[in-house]
Design a protein. Structure first.
Length: 342
């Protein structure tokens, strides 16, 4: 039996009926719409189809982090990261790299090695040279350093603090390994103007003054229904971009207070949609906010329920890959004229 065009469209659902996707609208605006990707799910047709249809940017959720990609001193595990890069290339998506320096997911051999400061520096240098070198020309932007500040603006004490000047050295080494990649500092809870974002801003100013390579700041934006004042976030983005830097929203999700066994109420879904719409519109209002990336795209696979007890359903697609009100709200934000930015 041959399906009529109408029945095919009905089967594909509302996304196909409108003919517009997040990706098509983002392409039209010249902005990246990205998502975190786990290579393990790429063999699942609904996952792969949704990813390729809706996004023009992919970022490995875990596969490029130090522990997963460099599990022993002389062993690199590239296949999972390669799988994400190859999928992205096959579907003409840009790739963001995440992340070269982080206190979390560090390989045990580094943590337990009792290395001297010089040895730690040499380990980090070699790691950056190898990983960035491998993906040179394939990864257009790196989260070089992730989450190095505490909420009071002081520097976090981590294993890497033992390597002298590790933050600026990491940026220098990344530039050396791929002169064309854009280099980002990335952090959470630094969206609004606060002590952490002040510290990041001061670091960025200092880097500009001293010629340390830095192209942008990543605002993770793991938020809830009260994401902080949009005006304050816009002001923070404005001051960063006035330094000549880009801003990218790198890990957006909007967690809902729900019992995992109960689907979210329509009211919660609408409130979530509004939050997504406001954040996307805010990024679109500044030309140097160049990417909006969600941390995963389906509630089937999200870090939230396992790590935030009593919360879930944070992403634009539900666990069966059906678009939620949040998805339509992002489409609406992309369709709306942006004041002063046309
Ligand atoms: O792959 C192993 C598997 O082999 C093992 O059997 C299993 C047992 O626990 O663990 C698996 O690794 C887990 C990994 O996710 C892959 O699923 C780790 O335990 C788990 O800790 C890890 O969580 C990741 C988390 O970073 C680590 O802190 C999340 O997926 C990832 O979404 C999250 O991402 C971070 C960003 O990188 C930085 N910003 C915050 C964001 C959310 O925490």
């Amino acid at each position: 039996m041959r399906l009529s065009t109408i029945s095919i469209l009905l089967l594909l659902g509302p996304v196909a009926l409108s003919g517009q996707t997040l990706r098509s609208l983002a392409d039209a605006r010249g902005i990246y719409i990205g998502t975190a990707v786990s290579p393990a799910h790429l063999s699942e047709p609904a996952y792969a189809d949704t990813l390729a249809r809706e996004f023009n940017q992919a970022e490995p959720e875990n596969a490029m982090k130090f522990g997963p990609i460099h599990p022993a001193q002389s062993t690199y595990n590239f296949p999972p990261a390669d799988a994400v890069v190859e999928f992205a290339q096959a579907h003409k998506m840009a790739v963001r790299g995440h992340t070269l320096v982080w206190h979390n997911q560090v390989a045990a051999w580094v943590k337990n090695g009792n290395f001297t400061p010089e040895q730690l520096s040499a380990i980090l240098h070699e790691h950056i040279k190898t990983v960035v070198g491998r993906y040179a020309g394939k990864v257009y932007a790196w989260d070089v350093v992730n989450e190095s500040f505490e909420s009071d603006g002081s520097l976090r004490k981590t294993i890497w603090s033992g390597a002298p000047g590790y933050i600026e050295q990491a940026f220098r080494w990344t530039r050396e390994a791929d002169p064309k990649a854009l280099l980002f500092y990335n952090d959470f809870a630094a969206e609004v103007v606060n002590r952490k974002s002040d510290a990041i801003y001061k670091m960025a100013q200092d880097f500009k003054t001293r010629g340390i390579p830095l192209d942008g700041i990543g605002l993770q934006m793991h938020v809830g229904l009260k994401p902080g004042s949009i005006d304050s976030i816009a002001a923070n983005i404005q001051r960063i971009t006035e330094l000549g830097l880009q801003v990218q929203i790198t890990e957006l999700d909007v967690k809902l207070p729900i019992d995992p066994a109960t689907p979210p109420s329509p009211d919660l879904l609408e409130a979530q949609a509004k939050t997504y719409r406001d954040i996307v519109a805010m990024c679109l209002a500044n030309r140097r906010c160049t990417a909006i990336q969600t941390w995963g795209f389906t509630d089937r696979y999200s870090w939230i329920p396992a790590n935030n007890k009593g919360f879930g359903a944070a992403l634009p697609f539900d666990a069966d890959y059906h678009p939620k009100p949040a998805y339509r709200a992002i489409l609406d934000a992309f369709r709306a004229p942006v004041p002063g930015n046309q």
